[in-house]
Design a protein around this ligand. Structure first.
Ligand code: ATP
Ligand code: MG
Length: 190
């Protein structure tokens, strides 16, 4: 398996680059944000819980997310590998992911962080909000999401950085240029 975690601030282009990685490397895409939005649309129990949390820019509780992710992994055990997009967002989630993969005899092969300047993130998310219809793509919630990212997810990145497992892509650029950087990282790994 080839397992990639793609991480970075809200609006850093994780979803866009994940789609390109899927197209080029045939991995199974697990986007926890997309999964939660599907639950909201379906009106499920998880959806009802997540709706307000997401609109408020906060994080859905770890236990809910970990269970959701575990289910997905088990359902797609036969995949060539996974691209995890939007997970882990907390240190507890990172621990849980490591354990799940270890129990399958697998590991995270590549940890990819997308770097984008704060003001560019805000600009891109506000622009996306004009068409995305997402409850969280508005100025107030965007700033909240960025603060939640700094508080909860940066420590995860620092943890991976200290164990020398981190690779970085600069996405203050075009989609194509960023993907060229990512392709180099993946091809160097294989
Ligand atoms: P983008 O997709 O543009 O990079 P983003 O990372 O903020 O932006 P999503 O990953 O789609 O967007 O997540 C949207 C919201 O869903 C988050 O703000 C959070 O409330 C919830 N969410 C998604 N993944 C998780 C997770 N692993 N743990 C807790 N909450 C999550
Ligand atoms: Mg996304």
């Amino acid at each position: 398996m080839l397992n990639i975690v793609i991480t970075g601030a809200p609006g850093s282009g994780k979803g866009t680059q994940s789609d390109l990685i899927v197209k080029n490397y045939g991995l199974h895409h697990i986007s926890t944000g997309d999964m939660l939005r599907a639950e909201i649309k379906a009106g499920s129990e998880i959806g009802q819980l997540a709706e307000h949390i997401i609109a408020d820019g906060k994080l859905v509780p770890d236990n809910v997310m970990i269970e959701m992710l575990h289910k997905q992994i088990l359902e797609h055990k036969d995949a060539k590998g996974f691209i995890f997009d939007g997970f882990p967002r907390t240190v507890a989630q990172a621990d849980a992911l490591d354990k799940m993969l270890i129990s399958m005899g697998e590991k995270i092969d590549i940890l990819l962080v997308m770097n984008v300047k704060h003001e560019t993130l805000v600009e891109r998310l506000i622009l996306r909000g004009q068409t995305s219809g997402r409850s969280d793509d508005n100025k107030e919630t965007i700033e909240k999401r960025l603060a939640v990212y700094t508080e909860n997810t940066l420590p995860v990145i620092e943890f991976y950085r200290q164990s020398n497992r981190l690779t970085e892509a600069d996405n203050n650029t075009t989609v194509e240029d960023c993907f060229a950087q990512i392709k180099k990282i993946i091809d160097a790994h294989q």
